[in-house]
Design a protein. Structure first.
Length: 202
């Protein structure tokens, strides 16, 4: 028999409870390939199994509520994060969530790429900037090829206009030149600030 020990114990218990049973527990355990001590241990732990089963059903109901939150399916980690944001927060291990999802056959479909969005992105050839430099550094004159960098600094949140406020900073690193050791920037110069309001998204 390729069944689990618990399944074999169930069969042994069912057969011994019949009125026409002629086999004792010792013979049944030998036929099933399990030990008598294991069968009696399983038999005495029946109350604990029923308590764990009721606890699993209760926990799965909580998982199902988190799974259906906002109308879309979630994986084990998404359910775990949702349980932490409940009031009061529910602390449940990710492994337990996966075990209960597998036990009650709750599956989260894999989100696949939208083919229409991929086709539209491939058709937008103007998103790729032309290679004007083509790594020709020696043929350029002084201050023709410049290296710049841009970053931003958040200044305030939720302004009267309804968006976040940032200060954008651009730095001119100077002329780019090529040596035997690779590409280098000669100096750091010029900078400027510009303030812009950006709409905040949740």
């Amino acid at each position: 028999m390729n069944a689990s020990p618990a399944a074999k114990y169930e069969i042994i218990k069912e057969m011994t409870s019949r009125d026409d049973n002629l086999l004792n527990i010792k013979w049944l355990c030998e036929i099933a390939g399990v030990s008598r001590s294991g069968y009696y241990y399983w038999l005495n732990a029946e109350d604990g199994r029923e308590a764990r089963e009721r606890q699993d059903e209760h926990d799965f109901e909580i998982i199902l509520v988190a799974f259906q939150f906002r109308g879309y399916a979630k994986g084990a980690r998404g359910i775990h994060m949702r349980l932490l944001h409940l009031t009061p927060a529910v602390l449940m291990n990710v492994k337990k969530i996966r075990r209960l999802m597998k036990k009650y056959k709750l599956r989260c479909p894999i989100r696949r790429a939208n083919p229409y969005r991929r086709m539209a992105k491939e058709m937008q050839s103007n998103r790729v900037a032309p290679n004007l430099l083509n790594r020709e550094f020696r043929t350029r004159g002084a201050r023709v090829v410049l290296l710049t960098d841009i970053t931003y600094i958040p200044r305030s949140k939720r302004t009267e206009e309804g968006g976040d406020k940032y200060s954008y900073f651009m730095c001119d690193h100077g002329r780019v030149y090529k040596t035997d050791f690779g590409l280098h920037s000669q100096s750091v110069s010029g900078s400027g600030f510009r303030t812009r309001n950006c709409a905040a998204t949740d």
